[in-house]
Design a protein around this ligand. Structure first.
Ligand SMILES: [Zn+2]
Length: 80
């Protein structure tokens, strides 16, 4: 896990695994509920329960940005 990588937590209601960034983790830890990257309020499921399917919006928001050279390569592939 890197400093920018969120902590993944499964919500008791939708059973999806949501990403929680470090800043929101500290606030949520005091309250027992967490605000996910996607904006959902997450009430954590038991840590002994299996992880849920990863929330696609959190996964998208947590993905590292593409390097400019990779973007250029992808654009070349799309036009060729
Ligand atoms: Zn989410």
């Amino acid at each position: 896990m890197t400093a920018d990588e969120p902590t993944w937590m499964t919500d008791v209601a939708d059973r999806q695994e949501h990403g929680i960034d470090e800043r929101r983790w500290a606030v949520g830890h005091a309250l027992g509920v967490y605000i996910a990257l996607c904006g959902k309020l997450v009430l954590p499921r038991s840590l002994t329960a299996p992880c849920g399917r990863r929330c696609p919006r959190c996964a998208y928001l947590a993905a590292p940005p593409l390097a400019p050279t990779r973007v250029a390569r992808l654009l070349r592939l799309m036009v060729s």
